[in-house]
Design a protein. Structure first.
Length: 414
């Protein structure tokens, strides 16, 4: 993910009803959203929202029903006209665009996926995916080729001639996602895209989106009311209440340092194992063997560190495998001078972003440490059973202290 700002929102307001400035003035005077509606009939959709979303980021906006999250999303491409404030996409002022410029933005630069699949029942899967390209005037042969490419990308190869009613809910949403991707947008706007799906299918679609994002590196704005979904998908999260952004930060920042009582209440009871990642609990692999080393050097390093196995890396710290003390002793006995024939390459590895709750089964099935590697297979860290348990205990201890501090602060205010 780069630090290039792809979407910039500044002081955005959306008030539904006539003379919306009345509501903005009342908000400034401390009136609540409900009180404003009661007095004026005006509905505060979004108030004074400011944020920056980076290129390649999955940015999640979450909140309860009526919090303003979907209104905020639709203001980004002006499906809903903002009352005031500005929206910029890739440096271009969306709020100042004319009708033609706005249409071009929606057709080419942004793709949208809704909660309802919104598929044409009389069109095949391929025709549904190609619809946006058809509107753009792309020739039939080209649009069908591009539609087939994204069909394969979302795992529906072989279903191009199927009708929507022949597909499951999850498959229909994959078609909706493929349609949004077909025009090659840089930005995906996803409004409660998985909310209508059964829990198991929903989880599978979340995994699918994470996998697709690793390949596509799109800028994604994802709307949800589900905290677990937000924590799983989001690089950063904005939590909204009554049209305002109450807090914005990484999942860990939101969980460990809630900025308001509302946020604290929202996140209480969350299973920290779903949020903690391998990167947070791994140990620094200070003791390693190198490809050029022999069994005697590897054994000496294991003896000095008090360990029974050691990871082997090349000069660039790319993981080659693991050597056990038993294998090194046998190699010495057989007068083998190289590690090549005693390296075990079939070892468990995980990415730094792997959630801790997905490590338990892996740790139970292996007798050796788990290697944490980056996308280039470079060794970043090591996880052992003790580190896994200690990481969870440390997190719980920190949470209890945070709760005590919040309680003391609350007593001080009262």
């Amino acid at each position: 993910m780069s630090q290039k700002v792809m979407i910039k929102v500044n002081g955005l307001n959306k008030i539904f009803g006539p003379n919306p400035q009345r509501a903005i003035t009342m908000i400034a005077d401390g009136e609540s959203k409900d009180r404003i509606q009661e007095k004026t009939g005006l509905v505060v959709g979004v108030h004074d929202a400011s944020l920056e979303i980076y290129e390649g980021e999955t940015f999640v906006v979450m909140g309860l029903s009526g919090s303003g999250k979907s209104t905020l999303l639709r203001c980004l491409n002006r499906l809903i006209e903002p009352t005031s404030g500005t929206v910029e996409i890739d440096g271009r002022d969306v709020t100042g665009m004319n009708h033609e410029e706005l249409r071009d933005l929606r057709r080419h630069e942004t793709g949208m996926v809704f909660q309802g699949f919104a598929l044409f029942p009389h069109r095949t899967v391929l025709q549904n995916i190609a619809f946006g390209l058809e509107i753009q005037g792309v020739e039939k042969e080209e649009r069908e080729q591009r539609a087939e490419e994204v069909l394969t990308l979302v795992g529906l190869k072989g279903y191009k001639d199927s009708m929507p009613h022949q597909l499951s809910g999850g498959m229909q949403q994959r078609v909706g996602l493929a349609r949004a991707l077909a025009s090659g947008p840089d930005i995906l706007l996803m409004d409660e895209a998985f909310s209508a799906l059964d829990p198991l299918i929903r989880s599978e679609m979340q995994d699918e989106l994470i996998d697709l994002q690793s390949k596509m590196n799109k800028t994604i704005v994802f709307i949800t009311h589900d905290l677990d979904e937000a924590l799983k998908l989001g690089d950063r999260i904005a939590l909204m209440k009554d049209g305002r952004i109450d807090q914005m930060g990484t999942p860990e920042e939101i969980l460990n340092s809630p900025a308001t009582r509302y946020v604290a209440k929202f996140v209480e009871g969350v299973d920290k194992a779903k949020v903690l990642t391998a990167e947070k609990i791994m140990k620094n692999p200070r003791v390693v063997a190198f490809s050029k080393d022999g069994p005697r050097v590897a054994l000496r390093r294991m003896d000095e560190a008090g360990i029974s196995s050691i990871f082997v890396v090349d000069r660039n710290r790319v993981l080659q495998g693991l050597v056990t003390a038993d294998a090194a002793h046998e190699a010495l006995r057989d007068r083998v001078s190289s590690l090549d024939n005693i390296i075990t390459t079939d070892i468990p590895t995980v990415s730094p972003a792997k959630p801790v709750n997905e490590l338990f089964n892996l740790m139970a099935e292996t007798k050796v440490p788990v290697a944490v590697v980056d996308e280039d297979n470079r060794l970043r860290g090591v996880i052992i059973r003790g580190a896994l348990i200690a990481g969870l205990v440390k997190s719980e201890y920190r949470d209890k202290n945070t709760d005590k501090e919040n309680h003391r602060a609350k007593e001080g205010q009262e």
